[in-house]
Design a protein around this ligand. Structure first.
Ligand code: TTP
Ligand code: MG
Length: 389
């Protein structure tokens, strides 16, 4: 099932908060900024001020020249922080999967939460209504199957808009847009791309991946996949990762079962090592497969009991893989693992089962050796296959 991700951003945030407190400012060109005597800049401009060319980051002296009648207000951060925490609280009522970004924007993963509202668009309207009812602020909501699409969509429907990009419509939506709309494409990258004759997202998507990687390194791979509407990033609160994931793109697409399992085992080892280093256990295991045609599927299972044992996670992942590949016979280009529903270290029941204990000892020994000599220093039984085997 495709994910349903919202990017929600308040309109002219600092200015709008000031307008709520002083309604006389509504409908007028208003700027919130620093001290004009100390070379302050514009932090937020009302939509009435924007046609004069005023935007965030512009020196106030210049903004005054562009629009002398604009009303200038000094920033009152405590007011904005207060409004921001109320805003985030409202969003949290609609889905627990919330990732705040700064004061006035957040991602929300609403997959499945839209159902009672009838559609994602109706859920977006309900959220906007609630925000207006409680805070008198308007927001814009971008809806997509990934963060990158949702974020670009919200930017394009400002102010007070909702823009939904339906699953499958990502590429057609992105193609005509300027490359600078992509997160990760700053002025420098935009300029370099222009020198290569690339101005739209569609132009970038059509370049061979190798070429983009050679020119821009790791960032190149990221912006190239964003340009194709591919963005696997989860919605999660920063600093408290709710999941651990790893994935691997193969040099050549494959259907070789042993090769897939060996790589899946290595990925399980990596995520479980990270899990153990955080003294946590996971209850949910998911695999992700991307086929040669870029179709991506996710399959997940809940463990009977939370675990940090590589073999337990791998066995579940292996079963998910088996089920997925009996149904699909298309070559696979990427395999990934994600463990989530992480819980703390304390074990609810003492485990005397000797098999489990053995696996725990083995994991600890492997972690020690890998920490000391690197992850290629040791391969367990499932890691010995090569693609030709
Ligand atoms: P933005 O969401 O970028 O801007 P905005 O809410 O004012 O306008 P928009 O309708 O386009 O979303 O930033 C949110 C707040 O962050 C903004 O109101 C003021 C503050 N801010 C700064 O202080 N400095 C800056 O350079 C920017 C971009 C924002
Ligand atoms: Mg905003």
């Amino acid at each position: 099932m495709a994910r349903c991700i919202f990017h929600i951003d308040l309109d002219a945030f600092f200015v709008s908060v000031e307008q709520v407190l002083n309604p006389k400012l509504k409908g007028k060109p208003v700027i919130v900024g620093g001290d004009p005597e100390r070379r302050g800049v514009v932090a937020s401009a009302s939509y009435e001020a924007r046609p004069f060319g005023i935007h965030a980051g512009m020196p106030l002296s210049k903004a005054r020249r562009f629009c002398p009648q604009a009303i200038l207000i000094r920033a009152n951060f405590s007011r904005y922080k207060d409004a921001s925490s109320k805003f985030m609280k409202i969003l949290g009522h609609f889905s627990p999967y919330i990732e705040p970004l700064g004061l006035d924007e957040a991602y929300l993963d609403v997959t499945g939460y839209e159902e009672p509202y009838g559609s994602p668009r109706q859920l977006a309207r309900a959220i906007k209504e609630k925000i207006y009812e409680e805070l008198e602020l308007t927001a814009s909501v971008g809806i997509g199957t990934s963060k990158v699409v949702a974020k670009i969509a919200s930017d394009l429907c400002k102010p007070d808009g909702v823009l939904e990009i339906a699953p499958g419509g990502e590429q057609a939506f992105l193609n005509p847009l300027p490359v600078a709309k992509l997160p990760g494409v700053g002025n420098k990258t935009e300029q370099s791309l222009k020198e290569m004759g690339i101005t739209t997202i569609g132009d970038l998507a059509s370049l061979p991946l190798d070429m983009v990687k050679r020119r821009f390194g790791a960032t190149g791979a990221v912006i190239h996949s964003y340009a194709r509407g591919i963005d696997d990033r989860e919605v999660e609160a920063p600093g408290e990762a709710k999941s651990i994931s790893q994935q691997l793109t193969f040099g050549r697409d494959t259907l070789n079962r042993n090769f897939l399992e060996a790589n899946l085992h290595n990925l399980c080892q990596e995520v479980c090592q990270e899990l153990r280093s955080q003294n946590k256990r996971a209850k949910c295991v998911a695999i992700r497969l991307r086929y040669a045609d870029f179709k991506t599927i996710t399959r997940q299972a809940i463990l009977k009991e939370a675990s940090d044992i590589t073999q337990v996670v791998f066995t579940t992942a292996q079963q998910l893989l088996s089920k997925a590949i009996t149904k699909q016979e298309k070559p696979i280009r990427l395999i990934g693992i994600r463990i989530s529903s992480l819980v703390g270290e304390e074990k609810q029941f003492p485990m005397f089962d000797s098999g489990t204990e053995k696996s725990e000892h083995l994991d600890k020994a492997i972690d020690r050796i890998r920490r000391k000599y690197g992850s290629s220093a040791i391969k367990t039984g499932n890691g010995i296959f090569t693609e030709s085997s």
